[in-house]
Design a protein around this ligand. Structure first.
Ligand SMILES: [Zn+2]
Length: 227
């Protein structure tokens, strides 16, 4: 029986010798440069999370904020603020919930970031927002000295960065943000808005047809944080 076991499986000592041989063989291959050393799983995970994020990565996070707004029937606009590679503020539009005209995603994010850093001056921060900021938010972004503004889709009706006015051409006010980049994940950012307003219109139409209410049509049918 013992002979059969050793012949078919190898006894403990044989297995141990095999492991030792394998380890030293791999070690020699690594030393001679013929094989890359194994990277522990934890090191790979750390490298993954330390990977520098792209503007698209951050805009996806802003989009997830916009989805939170949509889920509570707010106009879906989301914003995040990044300081030294770290997200320090996330916010979404809360105008209806708070019943405040100023509760736009950008303003709420700026307030959170200032509170977090203990300063009104956010000149080391970048702001990502899914929709081109309105006049109010563009002013706040400029006055809080955001370094780089990234936005998703243009707002041809109310955008005050490039659409309705060119922020960078205004003396003094246009000094900040230092850089502006639009069109990050443009299609995704536009779709969430147009889909939201399409559903609103359909809902209003259904209610009108059943004669249960006289809820008015939305003032702006798309791309409007200030509808
Ligand atoms: Zn705004």
């Amino acid at each position: 029986m013992r002979a059969w076991y050793e012949r078919n499986t190898g006894n403990r000592r044989t297995i141990c010798y095999n492991n030792l041989w394998h380890s030293s063989h791999v070690y020699n291959l690594v030393r001679s440069g013929r094989k890359q050393p194994y990277k522990p799983l934890t090191a790979c995970a750390v490298l993954f999370f330390m990977k520098e994020k792209t503007p698209e990565d951050y805009m996806r996070l802003a989009l997830s904020e916009a989805k939170k707004a949509r889920d509570i029937d707010e106009v879906p606009v989301g914003a995040i603020i990044v300081h030294q590679g770290k997200i320090i503020a996330r916010a979404h539009n809360l105008r209806e919930k708070n019943q405040q005209a100023s509760a736009h995603a950008e303003l709420l994010a700026i307030q959170k970031a200032s509170k977090k850093l203990g300063t009104w001056c956010l000149n080391e921060c970048d702001l990502y927002v899914t929709l081109e900021p309105c006049m109010m938010c563009s002013g706040a972004i400029s006055l809080s000295r955001i370094h780089h503004l990234y936005y998703g889709t243009d707002d041809p009706k109310g955008g005050a960065v490039i659409s309705r006015m060119d922020l960078k051409t205004i003396p003094h006010i246009g000094a900040y943000p230092r850089a502006i980049t639009g069109g990050i994940l443009k299609e995704d950012c536009a779709y969430i808005l147009s889909d939201f307003f399409r559903e609103k219109r359909e809902k209003t139409k259904r209610k009108k047809n059943t004669g249960t209410t006289d809820i008015p049509e939305p003032a702006n049918d798309e791309h409007a944080s200030c509808m």
